[in-house]
Structure formats: C-alpha cells, structure tokens
Design a protein around this ligand. Structure first.
Ligand code: NAD
Length: 485
C-alpha cells in the first residue's frame, strides 16, 4: 500500500510511531481511509498509552538540551523546515488530498500556510524578550525572564492536517519546548511528513515525537496524568476540549484550547455585493466548509437578501464535485460518513422547519463521502442548523432588517471564534466589530487566518491564541526575579 502512496505523492511517507528520533512500531495497526473511495489507503502504527508515555519520557530527556540551545540555532531548524516543506509542497498537498479528501487547490493553499508557521516562528525564536523595571516603592528592580513551559502535548484535528500541527510545533520549538504530537487518526500522514521534515532539518532526537492512535482518550489521558507534561495545546471540538480541560485540571496543566466555531457572516444593505459574494464563497467553501472559521450563518439585509441568495446559489451550483486529485475538482468529499450524515441531518431538520433548498440539499449518487454545495433560504432564526457547527458545504441564509437585531442573533451562541462583516460604512464596521463576541472579525474580508496574527476564540471557542507573538507566549512562562542592586 505504501508503494502506491509513494507513486501517488512522490514521497515516501513513514507510517510508524516517531519516538526519540526513530520511526518504530508496536505491531498494532489502524487503517487510514481515502474519503473519495471509502477504501483503505494504508495501515499505520496504532499507539498505546505506553507508547505515549515513552514519547513523553523522550521529550523530557530532550528538554534541558533544547531549552539551552541558542535561539538562533532553534530558528535555523525551523527555517530549514520551512524551506523543505515548500520544496515538497506538491507532494504533501497530494498526500493531504488522499487522507482528508479536500480539493487539491485547498490542499496546496494549506501547505503554504502550514509551512509559513515555521518561517514565522523561526523569526520569533530570536525575539524572545523579557522586562526590567523598578518596583513602585523604589525598593528593588523587577526582572522578568521568559522560559519554556516544558514538555507539551499537542492534539490536532483532521480538517487542517498540516497547518494545525505546524501552528503548534513552530511556536513550541521556537520557545524551547519539546513536544509529543497526537494527530487525528483520520489524517496522520501529513503529520508524519512534517515530522520527517523536522528530522531532516536537524531537530534533535526527542524534541519532536509523534504518536497516532485509534483510542485518543486513554492515550492523551495517560500523557496528561504524567507530571512531566506541563502543557496541553489542543485544537478540536468544544465537546472534547471540555473533557480535556477537566483532565488537565487534575495536574494543573497549562492549556491552550482552539475549539469549535459558529461564524456569523453579516451583509449590510450598503455592502459591495460583488465583494461580499467573493468573501462569502471563501468563508463558506474554503476546505469544503470543514473549517472552524467557516461561515456557518449568513445574515443578509432584507433589501439585498434575494439577490445575494440567488447569485450565491448560482455560483455554488457550478462547482465541480469529485475526488480532490481529479483535474478541475472544486469540492472534494467530506472526511467520513459521520460528518456527512451530520450535515445531511442538519439540512433535513432545517427544511422540515420551513427552510427552502435553493441548490444542493443532498448527497450525490456516487461512492465517497460527498455532499453537494447547498444554499438554504428562508431559514427561521431559531433553526438548529444556526446553532450547530455544520462543518460542510451548506449555507443557511437569514434575512434581517435592523443592526441591533442582527448583532443580538450573531451573539446568541455559546461559540465565539470569528465573525465576518460586509459594509461600506467604516463606523458601522468598527461598531459592529466591537459588539460581536468573537476573538476575530473579518471586515470586508472572507478569510482571517494569518501566521502573523493572533488566532483564537472567546466564550466556548477556546482559551489562548495561536500565531503571531501571542502564539509564542503560550509556550512560555514568565519568571519574576526581585533584585536589589
Ligand atoms: P475532535 O474534537 O473530535 O478531535 C480533535 C482531536 O482530539 C483529534 O486528534 C482526536 O483524535 C482527539 N480526541 C478525540 N477524543 C478525544 C479524547 N476523549 N481525549 C483526547 N483526545 C481526543 O475534533 P475533529 O472532529 O477532529 O475536528 C473538528 C473540530 O475541530 C471542529 O469542532 C472544529 O471547529 C475544531 N477546530 C478548531 C480550530 C480552531 O483553531 N479553533 C481549528 C480547526 C478545527
């Protein structure tokens, strides 16, 4: 099977456990499935809690050496990893399509974005600062130094198999931390390819370890119960995030949580509708809607709602749906059957409640976990689809008349990751941006992700930030030294 992967991607992809700088195996395996064919792509090593603890031990042994490595040297490893990832970008993109399903164009975009976290954090590694000041009473100096938080467990989802890994590994390694990465079992191959790149870039044994498993709960719990682990950085669903916060509380482990979203996309009557359509397309269809930042609810002013809905539906209905590697494909399959049936049942319940299918609204009649791009009009404001993360190519449209109402509706959710606002009125854009309860706002823009910016949510969308300088600080502790001199 691996031979096929090499032929399809142009690279040899490891399939084992990466512990202490070596690819090993424990004799157990789990299958990775191609969502476009529903067939097994390859069998990979299925890690156990003992494997997780071996990885923690390796990371712990490597910690003092890596923390003491000159920042410039840590930076050089990350910079080399960026260059290698760009060199191999087409192969990794193809690998991503095979395990995740997304269209090749989306995968290519993700690989560039993912690699950029290595370049950005190569630049940040040499900019770790501290502070010195005088105590208000004048009695002493206050000296603050930053130190790596320690061994970090990184848990990532399947929807951005490369970028969610590099967004954590980049700052962790820049800060001087050592890590154990636990990728999602649906998409471990990109994580393995990234590990191989970091090994080639000169990252010492034990600094990065990767263990995938079919049983995430026991493996991650075993690692979090180990007092040598001082940090959990998790990206995934709010439901699993809540469980992990409770587990991490037992050892008072530092947590950064990037959780689910329910992004509102607001289009006011004065918006440039062409630009809003482009932004809506990006915010909804990037990654086939399988993004925490995906526009989940379109609130469109009643004077432009009909035109927006019909033009958006027209655009979505023209997308070519098919296997991600096939020439001309715009939209690949969803990652698995559970995701597709969740999307289908949300659409069914919306239509049962009065929503109208303008385009799509069903799975095409073919093998693979496909779902047609869908636009729903006349969605009642209290429909369950508006309160649930859809994670698929479905756009529910709701009409509004009043700014205060739409802000209230937008905020009426436990989530608070990102929102989007289209208007030509600058003061309205900023007023509404301030009123929206989300960690990020796209103003006249359908995409916010940028390695240089602090990405993250409020409310139950998470705790902490990834990217930018903030992302580095998540892997550092401030140590205060009171000094007389
Ligand atoms: P998930 O929560 O099911 O899984 C995420 C990771 O946690 C996977 O590695 C999984 O194996 C692991 N996991 C699952 N159960 C676990 C348990 N009991 N203990 C420990 N680990 C466990 O999420 P998913 O379905 O892989 O990804 C989709 C979710 O991720 C969506 O909710 C999406 O919004 C969110 N997400 C958030 C961001 C962000 O930055 N805020 C980015 C991407 C995805």
């Amino acid at each position: 099977m691996s031979a096929d992967l090499a032929a399809l991607t142009g690279i040899d992809v490891p399939t084992g456990l990466f512990i202490d700088g070596e690819w090993t195996s424990n004799g157990r395996t789990l299958p990775v499935t191609d969502p476009a064919t529903e067939e097994t792509l390859v069998e990979i090593a299925d890690g156990t809690p003992d494997d997780g603890l071996a990885a923690v031990a390796a990371a712990y042994r490597a910690l003092p050496g890596w923390a003491a490595t000159p920042p410039r040297q840590r930076a050089e490893c990350l910079r080399k990893a960026w260059a290698l990832m760009i060199e191999r970008s087409e192969s990794i993109a193809r690998l991503m399509v095979l395990e995740n399903g997304k269209a090749l164009r989306d995968a290519q975009g993700e690989v560039t974005y993912a690699a950029e976290f290595f370049r950005w954090y190569a630049e940040e590694a040499v900019r770790i600062d501290g502070m010195v000041t005088t105590a208000p009473a004048g009695t002493n100096r206050i000296l603050v130094v930053r130190q790596p938080v320690g061994v970090s467990v990184l848990v990532t989802p399947w929807n951005f198999p490369a970028a969610m890994a590099t967004r954590k590994i980049g700052p962790a390694l820049a800060a001087g931390c050592t890590v154990v990465l636990k990728p999602a079992k649906e998409t471990p191959l990109c994580a393995f390819a990234v590990a191989e790149i970091l090994r080639e870039a000169g990252v010492p044994h034990g600094v990065l370890n990767v263990v995938c498993t079919s049983k995430a709960g026991p493996l991650v719990s075993a690692m979090l119960a180990d007092p040598r682990v001082r940090k959990l950085s998790f990206t995934g669903s709010t439901e699993v995030g809540r469980t992990l916060l409770a587990t991490a509380a037992q050892t008072v482990t530092n947590c950064s949580m990037e959780l689910g979203g329910n992004a509102p996309f607001l289009i006011f009557e004065d918006a440039d509708l062409d630009a809003a359509l482009d932004g809506a397309f990006l915010a909804k269809m990037r990654n086939g809607g399988e993004a925490c930042t995906a526009a989940n609810r379109f609130y469109v002013h009643e004077t432009v709602a009909d035109e927006f809905t019909s033009r958006f539906a027209d655009r979505l209905s023209k997308l070519a749906v098919g296997p991600g590697l096939e020439q001309g494909t715009d939209l690949g399959p969803l990652v698995n059957e559970d995701t597709r049936s969740k999307v289908a049942s949300l659409v069914e319940s919306a239509t049962a409640g009065g929503a109208r299918v303008v385009t799509g609204g069903r799975a095409p009649d073919r093998r693979g976990y496909f779902y047609l791009p869908t636009v729903l009009a006349d969605v009642p404001p209290d429909a369950p689809i508006l309160g649930t993360e859809i994670f698929g190519p479905v756009a529910p449209v709701v009409r509004f008349r009043d700014e205060a109402d739409v802000v209230r509706w937008a905020n009426d959710t436990e989530y608070g990751l990102v929102s989007y606002v289209y208007t030509a009125d600058l003061s309205r854009a900023l007023r509404v941006s301030e009123a929206l309860e989300t960690g990020m706002v796209g103003v006249n823009r359908g995409i916010v992700s940028d390695p240089a910016a602090p990405f993250g949510g409020v409310k139950q969308s998470g705790i902490g930030r990834e990217g930018g300088h903030d992302g580095l600080l998540e892997f550092m502790e401030s140590k205060y030294i009171a000094v007389d001199w």
